[in-house]
Structures are given as C-alpha cells and as structure tokens.
Design a protein around this ligand. Structure first.
Ligand code: C2E
Ligand code: C2E
Ligand code: C2E
Length: 91
C-alpha cells in the first residue's frame, strides 16, 4: 500500500445536485442542506464534507462507501479525485 498521505478532499457540487432527480438525490440533498445549516454556509457553489460523512451516507443509501462514491461521481456531484479515497480506508 502507498504511504499515508493527505486524502483527496470530498467536494460536493451543489449546483449539479439541484438538477438531479429528487427520488435518488433526495437523501444527499437533505444531508448537504443540513451541513450547510450547521455551518451557516449558504453561499457556496461547492461544499467540502468529511470522510465520515461518506460513511454515514453509505448507510443511508445501503451501499458500500466505494460504490456510493462512484455513483456520486457518475452523477457529477462529487469531484472525481474523491475516488479511491473512501475505498482505501474501507478495508
Ligand atoms: P463540531 O464538530 O463540534 O465543530 C465545531 C467547529 O470546529 C466547526 O464549527 C468548525 O469551525 C471547526 N471544525 C471542526 N471540524 C473541522 C474540519 O474538519 N475542518 C474545518 N475547517 N473546521 C472544522 P462549524 O463549521 O460552525 O460547525 C458546527 C457544527 O456543525 C460542528 O460542530 C458539527 O457538529 C456540524 N458540522 C459542520 N460541518 C459538518 C460536516 O461536514 N459533517 C458533519 N458530520 N458535521 C458537521
Ligand atoms: P480549496 O479547498 O481548494 O477551495 C477552493 C474554493 O472552493 C474556496 O475558496 C471556496 O470558494 C470553495 N469551497 C471549498 N469548500 C467549500 C465549502 O465547504 N463551502 C463553501 N462555501 N465554499 C467552499 P476560498 O474560500 O477562497 O478558500 C481558498 C483556499 O483556502 C482553499 O482552497 C483552502 O486551501 C483554504 N481554505 C479555506 N477555508 C479553509 C478551511 O476551512 N480549512 C482549510 N484547511 N483550508 C481552507
Ligand atoms: P479541512 O478543514 O482542510 O480539514 C482536513 C482534515 O483535518 C479533516 O478531514 C479532519 O480530519 C482534520 N480536521 C480539521 N479540523 C479539525 C477539527 O477541528 N477537529 C478534528 N477532529 N479534525 C479536524 P475531514 O474531517 O474529512 O474534513 C474534510 C473537509 O470538510 C475539511 O477540510 C473542511 O473543508 C470540511 N469540514 C469538515 N467538517 C467541517 C466543519 O465542522 N465545519 C466546516 N466549516 N468545514 C468542515
């Protein structure tokens, strides 16, 4: 395995999130809105989230963190650099 390094950041694209089908993106949209409210961070186009938040979202979506990370990237709401990050830490 590679030496430990700062993990790539998890950055949500809040504009892309608004254009997704609510039936799939609803839980993620609500989760992001909650973090924004907790921070008082309403003006950003993007939102940096915690590694732990991807694990929480994986429970919500009943997916592995790896699968969910790839899905969010394919939706265009998560930066592609996030791939492999949660994956490496999941085992
Ligand atoms: P908290 O976890 O007790 O964090 C208190 C404050 O410490 C935060 O206030 C922020 O100023 C700072 N802080 C904590 N962790 C980090 C970090 O990784 N990076 C940076 N830049 N600052 C950090 P803030 O932002 O007003 O958040 C208030 C509370 O809202 C937090 O209390 C936490 O309970 C919740 N929260 C905010 N953002 C997130 C998030 O991305 N994920 C989760 N799970 N909770 C969050
Ligand atoms: P960066 O992390 O590459 O973020 C670039 C820009 O993306 C930020 O510019 C900001 O406009 C936006 N951005 C990223 N995450 C968030 C978010 O959660 N909420 C909002 N509203 N915008 C976000 P900005 O603010 O001028 O910051 C420039 C650089 O300063 C950042 O580059 C980062 O390297 C550093 N920085 C700013 N805030 C923090 C922080 O809370 N913690 C750490 N460690 N670095 C920070
Ligand atoms: P960041 O601010 O550059 O923080 C990078 C990492 O440093 C965080 O990764 C976390 O492992 C650690 N860290 C920074 N500040 C604190 C702190 O106050 N307490 C603890 N226990 N650890 C800290 P993480 O958690 O994956 O967060 C990634 C990014 O998400 C942060 O980058 C920041 O942009 C954002 N973020 C996370 N939590 C909060 C929060 O509570 N408030 C705000 N404003 N931003 C947050």
């Amino acid at each position: 395995a590679a030496a430990a390094a700062a993990p790539p950041r998890l950055i949500l694209d809040l504009e892309a999130l608004q254009h997704l089908d609510a039936s799939e993106a609803g839980p993620l949209t609500r989760y992001a809105a909650t973090i924004q409210a907790q921070r008082g961070d309403y003006n950003g186009k993007v939102l940096s989230i915690r590694q732990d938040d991807m694990r929480t979202l994986a429970v919500i979506y009943d997916e592995s963190p790896t699968t969910l990370t790839e899905r969010f990237i394919s939706w265009g709401v998560l930066n592609p650099e996030a791939k492999g990050d949660v994956e490496e830490a999941s085992e």
